[in-house]
Design a protein around this ligand. Structure first.
Ligand code: PLP
Length: 384
């Protein structure tokens, strides 16, 4: 049975063939330590990592590639941004659809240094409005930290407007682009984004073990990790130069070469084209699932654009059972249960039962959606 992979919001699969080829090339030819040895292989490794930095900078409108720091995933990047930025007495405005990778570091800062947090809710139409974030600002607000898109309902937050708002009020703006990097247009300068965290292994089609954080020149973060950087080795203190200040330890040279291939593939295809393709599949899913008796779909209706994420439940059937049947009987891979976002589940009203999530990538087709809808129809008919 061929697998229909609908868990792209977790990690995209499959990857463009060039990802594996690039990684194999690095392993075979020069997987030395970048920025350390002055020898030919070390220089090749440094160049390779820098090429990935440059390509990502092009995609996101980052002027200086050295303001982009590599991590193993979005979570590490978000931890560096949040814990490195906040100080006692600060207030943060965030949203009620945040992933635990934003919420937990924020709550940790609340517990440890007394940071205050306000989570803004969507309105009845499931959408977020800049005015509601503006109302939440306080004199001590220093950070606005939001996801670009929800990993549970796919709802998109108005990032450009929130960037303008942050700038107007002198508040730093952190965006978690885990569900949008490679899928929605992002330009850090035009959108006034001060910090952008994203994974390499989702919509950028790199391998797992890749992620990054962009930080504007004017923002100084306290580094979370201290150690070897290959630069200023004689100094006791962490270097002040970027990216070294925030990249202690050997980076994932092999994975980052794969990420370069993934990002290049995305740029060649065009973010707008990817967006259009995924939205078509998403619309087809929303329309199809809504016609099935006993199926409840979460988030806004088909009239509101979202990223390629659709969460649903079948009345009276546990979400994990639905996912299990989809996997075992139909070869369809979805994610079930709680999607690392208790806040998001409260907002969607699924905190008691979780949900089944189908999420799309560039290799999905209309046939995949048809197979999902047919399978859900059969499961619902058997149980409801
Ligand atoms: C909105 C959001 N933020 C953060 C993350 C964490 O990403 P990573 O697994 O790369 O740390 C995810 C992963 O699903 C996500 O969907």
């Amino acid at each position: 049975m061929a697998i229909i992979y609908l868990d792209n919001a977790a990690s995209t699969w499959p990857k463009p063939p060039a990802v594996k080829e690039m990684m194999a090339e690095v392993i075979d030819d020069f997987a030395a330590n970048p920025g350390r040895g002055g020898h030919t292989l070390g220089m090749k490794a440094s160049k390779s990592v820098f090429r990935t930095r440059v390509q990502l900078s092009r995609l996101f409108g980052i002027q200086n590639p050295n303001n982009l720091f590599f991590y193993l995933n979005a979570t590490q990047a978000l931890n560096q941004a949040i814990k490195g930025f906040l100080k006692p007495g600060d207030h943060v405005v965030s949203s009620s659809v945040e992933h635990n990778s934003v919420r937990r570091p924020l709550e940790y800062m609340r517990k440890t240094i007394g940071v205050e947090i306000t989570y803004v809710e969507p309105r009845d139409d499931h959408q977020f409005y800049p005015e509601d974030f503006e109302k939440a600002l306080q004199p001590n607000t220093r950070l606005l930290a939001v996801s670009h898109a929800s990993n549970l309902t796919g709802v998109i937050l108005p990032i450009a407007e929130l960037g303008a708002l942050s700038k107007q009020h002198g508040v730093a703006f952190l965006v978690d682009a885990s569900q949008s990097a490679g899928v929605l247009p992002i330009h850090v300068e035009e959108m006034n984004i001060d910090m952008l965290a994203f994974p390499g292994h989702k919509g950028l089609y790199g391998p797992q073990g890749t992620g990054a954080l962009y930080v504007h020149n004017d923002i100084d973060l306290e580094p979370l990790i201290h150690g070897g950087t290959g630069s200023q080795s004689e100094a006791i203190d962490q270097p002040t130069t970027r990216p070294d200040r925030y990249e202690s330890g050997t980076v994932n040279t092999v994975g980052l070469a794969g990420l370069l291939a993934g990002v290049s593939y995305v740029m060649e295809k065009g973010v707008e084209n990817i967006r259009e393709q995924e939205w078509e599949l998403t619309k087809q899913t929303l329309v199809g699932l809504k016609q099935i008796q006993g199926v409840e779909v979460y988030g806004p209706g088909v009239e509101v654009e979202r990223v390629g994420v659709v969460s649903f439940n079948i009345d009276g059937v546990d979400a994990s059972e639905v996912s299990f049947i989809l996997d075992q009987q139909y070869g369809i891979a979805t994610r079930s249960g709680y999607h690392c976002t208790p806040l998001g589940h409260q907002t969607a009203g699924t905190e008691q039962k979780g949900a089944v999530r189908a999420s799309y990538g560039i290799f999905n087709t209309q046939k995949d959606v048809e197979a999902l809808i047919q399978a859900v129809r059969e499961i619902a008919a058997a149980f409801v």
